[in-house]
Write a protein of this length. Structure first.
Length: 90
């Protein structure tokens, strides 16, 4: 049996390990009666939705400028405000 394949009873008994391995990037397959039943994978991070922090945008911009490239006009990124010292609201 492959390293990322689990029998249902083993997956139930060692669920924390199954989740840890899935979060590290290797999908985990769970079998029932020898047949593949489900695959456990990590949830997508926020960046998969196209949202990036201001700091990430600035770093990416510096990288493009240092290569002499312009950011493509179709790249309209949503920015998420991450204040460095908490909320500005009083």
């Amino acid at each position: 049996m492959a390293e990322n394949t689990w029998k249902l009873q083993d997956a139930k008994a060692r669920f924390s390990e199954v989740v840890r391995k899935a979060r590290s990037g290797t999908p985990q397959i769970v079998t029932v009666h020898g047949q593949e039943a489900v695959v456990v994978t990590a949830a997508k991070p926020d960046r998969a939705s196209g949202v990036m922090t201001t700091a990430e945008f600035i770093e990416r911009s510096k990288k493009y400028r240092s290569l002499g490239l312009k950011i493509p006009p179709r790249t309209k990124m949503k920015l998420r405000w991450n204040p460095p010292f908490g909320d500005d609201e009083s």
